[in-house]
Design a protein. Structure first.
Lengths: 237, 219
C-alpha cells in the first residue's frame, strides 16, 4: 500500500470518529453500543447524522429510503424467515429434496431471496451422523434475507478464527457436545454462496403442524452452533 | 493481503461473545450506517465503487478496536471521498459546499427495497466448462498478494477435493479494483482438518472452502 493511501485511510478513520472512540474492543463485545446510557448522543452518532444530512443535501440518498431499509432489517427479515423454510422441509419431503438440491430456487419459493446476501443459497442437512457449521473467516457473510443481520458473536474474530481450527471446541463453548464419531463439516463462506443449515427435527414433534414446528426453530440451529431442544411437555404428569 | 481480517485458525481471541439474542441494531446510528451504505450503492446515474479492500487495508489496531458499524462507516466515508462524491471538509462540517457533480439521482424507497430484496437476475449462460470434476484432488495455490483476495491463508498450499461446482462468478482479486470481472468457476473444496492443521486435528472434521478455479491446481 502506498503511503498516501495509508494516510488517506487514516484520515477517513479519524473522520469516522474511530480514533476517538473509547469503547475498546467494541467489535468483540456483546455490549457494543449499549455502554452509553447517558442522554448525550455519542460522537459516532453525531458523525453519522452529519453524513446523512450531507448525502441528502447532495441528492445522493432519499431519507425515506433509509427509513425503509432500517425497517426492513429490524422487522421484515430475520430468523423467522429461515424457520419457515425449515418447518416446510420437515413436513414436506418433496420440498426438502428441492431445498437440498437447489437452495436458491427452493428458498425463492418463499421470496426470501435478494441481491444482498441472498442470491446463491446452499442448504446443508444436519443428521445424527453429520453436523454442519457455518462461518465466514474473511468477513461476515450471512444469508440476510433468511436470517437477518448476523449477531455480534458470529462477526467476532473469536468465532471466525476458531471455527475452522477447532469446530468441536466452538460447539462445546456454545453448549453443543457431539459424539466423537459424528463428522463435522465447517462451511467457510469465502465466495457468493450463503450457507444455511437444515437442523434435525427434534423428537416429540410428530403431531405438530408446520407453524408450530417453525416456532421451535432457532437462529443458532440454522447456523449450526446449537441443536433444537425437544418441546417442553405442556401439562406434564 | 495477509491482513488481520484473514483470521481463520488464529487462537488468541477467546472467548466467543455469545448471546442467545440481541437487538438488530444496538443504537439507531448503526442502522443509519447500514442504510446509508446500501443506499449509496443504489444511486441513479452514478456508481460508488465499494469493496472489501478498504476494510482490509485498515490499520490492524483500528480493525480490532472498532465496532462492526464503525468499520462500515469508515469504509463508506473513505469511498465517498476517494470517488469525489464529497470532500473531507464537507464530511467534517456536515454541509455541502458545492452541488453534486456526479449526476447522482437518489433511488426511491421502493426502488431500493425492490433492488435489494428481489432475486437477482440469472447470471447468464456458462461459457466455459469447469476444469475440475467433483471428487478431483486439488491444491490451493500458495500465493500472497498484497491486494484483495478470497483465498484464506489457512488453505494455501493445502490439498483438498472438489465437493461441489458452483458455476461462474467474477474473480474478486481483479474485480475488486475494476481490473476485469474475469468470471471464473467457483468450487466448494473439502479439506480434511488434518491436512490444514496437522495430526493433532480430529480425523472426522472437514473444512469446506469456496474457491475460484484460478486459486487451484491439480494435485
Amino acid at each position: 500500500m502506498s503511503t498516501s493511501r495509508r494516510d488517506f485511510l487514516s484520515a477517513a478513520v479519524t473522520l469516522a470518529g474511530a480514533s476517538a472512540t473509547p469503547a475498546a474492543n467494541a467489535g468483540q463485545s456483546p455490549h457494543t453500543g449499549d455502554h452509553d446510557h447517558s442522554d448525550v448522543p455519542p460522537e459516532i452518532a453525531l458523525r453519522v447524522k452529519s453524513l446523512e444530512s450531507l448525502l441528502v443535501e447532495k441528492g445522493v440518498v432519499d431519507p425515506a429510503a433509509l427509513d425503509a431499509l432500517v425497517d426492513t432489517f429490524e422487522n421484515r427479515v430475520g430468523p423467522r424467515n429461515g424457520a419457515k423454510v425449515v418447518a416446510r422441509a420437515w413436513v414436506d419431503p418433496a420440498y426438502k429434496e428441492r431445498l437440498l438440491e437447489n437452495g436458491t430456487t427452493a428458498i425463492g419459493e418463499f421470496g426470501f431471496s435478494g441481491y444482498w446476501q441472498g442470491t446463491d443459497y446452499v442448504v446443508v442437512e444436519n443428521t445424527p451422523r453429520i453436523h454442519n457449521l457455518v462461518v465466514c473467516t474473511l468477513c461476515s457473510c450471512y444469508p440476510w434475507p433468511l436470517l437477518g443481520l448476523p449477531p455480534i458473536w458470529y462477526k467476532s474474530t473469536a468465532y471466525r478464527s476458531k471455527a475452522v481450527i477447532d469446530p468441536r471446541g466452538v460447539l462445546r463453548e456454545l453448549g453443543t457436545v457431539l459424539e466423537d464419531d459424528v463428522e463435522v463439516r465447517v462451511w467457510d463462506s469465502t465466495a457468493d454462496q450463503r450457507y444455511f443449515v437444515l437442523p434435525e427435527r427434534p423428537g416429540g414433534t410428530g403431531s405438530m403442524d408446520e407453524e408450530a414446528l417453525a416456532a421451535l426453530v432457532t437462529r443458532d440451529s440454522m447456523i449450526g452452533v446449537r441443536k433444537i431442544a425437544p418441546p417442553k411437555l405442556e401439562a406434564a404428569g | 493481503m495477509n491482513g488481520v481480517h484473514d483470521c481463520g485458525g488464529m487462537q488468541c481471541y477467546h472467548p466467543i461473545p455469545y448471546t442467545p439474542s440481541e437487538r438488530v441494531f444496538h443504537a439507531p446510528w448503526e442502522g443509519r450506517v447500514l442504510a446509508l451504505t446500501l443506499a449509496s450503492g443504489y444511486v441513479h446515474n452514478a456508481e460508488l465503487p465499494t469493496g472489501r479492500s478498504d476494510t482490509e487495508a485498515l490499520p490492524p489496531a483500528d480493525y480490532l478496536r472498532m465496532s462492526y458499524y464503525e468499520i462500515w462507516f469508515a469504509s463508506l466515508v473513505k469511498a465517498l471521498i476517494d470517488n469525489g462524491w464529497v470532500t473531507a471538509r464537507e464530511v467534517e462540517h456536515g454541509r455541502s459546499e458545492r452541488a453534486a457533480t456526479n449526476g447522482a439521482v437518489p433511488a426511491s424507497r421502493a426502488e431500493i427495497i425492490a433492488a435489494g430484496f428481489k432475486p437477482a437476475d440469472n447470471p447468464g449462460k456458462e461459457t466455459e466448462a469447469p476444469r475440475f470434476v467433483v471428487g478431483a484432488p486439488v491444491r490451493a495455490l500458495n500465493i500472497n498478494p498484497t491486494t484483495h483476495t478470497r483465498l484464506p491463508r489457512y488453505a494455501r498450499g493445502k490439498i483438498g477435493t472438489i465437493a461441489r461446482q458452483y458455476g461462474l462468478a467474477n474473480f474478486p482479486d481483479t474485480d475488486e479494483y475494476n481490473l476485469g470481472a474475469n468470471p471464473n468457476h467457483v468450487y466448494s473444496v473439502r479439506f480434511p482438518a488434518r491436512e490444514l492443521w496437522g495430526s493433532g486435528a480430529v480425523a472426522k472434521d472437514f473444512i469446506y472452502v469456496d474457491l475460484w478455479e484460478r486459486y487451484l491446481e491439480p494435485a
